[in-house]
Design a protein around this ligand. Structure first.
Ligand SMILES: *Cc1c(COP(=O)(O)O)cnc(C)c1O
Length: 342
């Protein structure tokens, strides 16, 4: 077992956290004269700082304990707090596999933490031989694995992930923002085996709540306690907690949308295969397709002129565009627009 206290920054270990009014009293019934709230209105009270109702539902869904869940203001907060908890600016480092999600790099830069970037191999998988020399570097405190990866769309090999978990003594964050769309199971249950593992998920994609900003971290209770120690006291608004709870209570909507998106993804793939300017469509375990075209910059711009916005990933993967699977009509418009470019 890894001693998490040895990875946490000393100032965080020593920190005396803010204790909010709803922290010190968390019963249900009562006359609340403790938080200087307005006694009138609908949204006049501070929200539950620990999102207990939401966590209960998530715990049941994922067969974990409430104490293994942190709710963040989007995954962005899960990522940022990881840097603040574990990385001493200018001393510690983090490691990513590129091309990947841009927030890891931005968050490292904001926190003044050096980032080691190793490129994925031709199949967009982790090159274990390349990583091995870094696994014993004690100053590398965070290692991000995005699976399914954005923008490449593929799941990372489980055996490579397990090799890293068995040989790295910093914190491993597996970003599963797109796991719902894949045929693979979440690796959440590995948190019981590896106390240095954080699995992050989000309500922004398959659950359809990008506007609500609800991200999740599943980890050992020790790590969750450190997250709770540093988070802003009321980081998830009552409206957003409610939105997430509602979506969990309407699982059939989630399932219908998921099924629909996966059907549309295959239809989109088939349609794109017929188009001349599309040179390659990468396999995808997510709700988007990475496609290689003749000239990504030109095609991106032409699509924008037709008010179709894709993600130009030319700088990450030469001549590639990342296309989110839209509704049937949206996808048809994209396909027609591309047809007229050949
Ligand atoms: C979209 C996405 C997220 C979601 O971030 P939120 O802040 O929860 O909206 C997280 N990770 C990856 C890799 C993503 O592509």
């Amino acid at each position: 077992m890894i001693k998490i206290e040895n990875i946490v920054r000393p100032n965080i270990l020593a920190l005396k956290p803010y204790s909010s009014a709803r922290n010190e009293f968390n019963g249900k019934e009562g006359i609340y004269l403790d938080a200087n709230e307005n006694p009138f209105g609908e949204l006049n009270r501070y929200p539950d700082p620990y999102q207990k109702e939401l966590k209960q539902k998530l715990a049941a869904l994922n067969k974990v304990n409430n104490k293994n869940i942190f709710v963040g203001n989007g995954s962005d907060e899960v990522i940022d707090l990881a840097f603040r908890l574990f990385c001493q600016p200018e001393v510690d480092k983090a490691l990513i596999f590129a091309p990947t999600y841009g927030m890891y790099e931005v968050s490292a830069a904001i926190n003044n933490v050096e980032l080691i970037t190793l490129s994925l191999n031709k199949e967009f998988q982790i090159d274990l031989e390349k990583v091995k020399p870094y696994l014993s570097d004690k100053n590398i405190k965070l290692l991000f694995i995005c699976s399914p990866n954005n923008p490449t769309g593929n799941l990372m090999n489980k055996s490579d992930i397990e090799y890293i978990l068995n040989n790295f003594e910093g914190i491993v964050i597996i970003d599963e923002a797109y796991i719902d769309f894949s045929n693979s199971k979440s690796l959440i249950n590995l948190i019981n085996k590896f106390n240095n593992l954080i699995v992050s998920q989000t309500f922004s994609k398959a659950w359809g709540l990008a506007a609500a900003r609800v991200g999740l971290a599943y980890a050992n209770e020790k790590i969750i306690n450190f997250y709770n120690k540093v988070k802003p006291p009321y980081n998830i608004s009552k409206l957003n907690q409610k939105a997430a709870i509602n979506s969990l209570e309407n699982k059939s909507t989630y399932q219908d949308n998921l099924k629909n998106i996966l059907i549309e993804k295959e239809l989109l793939r088939e349609a794109l295969q017929q188009i001349d300017v599309v040179k390659k469509i990468y396999p995808s375990d997510a709700n988007f397709l990475l496609i290689e075209v003749d000239n990504a910059n030109a095609i991106y711009t032409s699509l924008v002129k037709k008010q179709i916005i894709t993600r130009n990933r030319n700088k990450q993967v030469p001549n590639c565009l990342r296309i989110s699977v839209g509704s049937s009509e949206e996808n048809k418009k994209l396909v027609n627009a591309l047809k007229n470019m050949s």
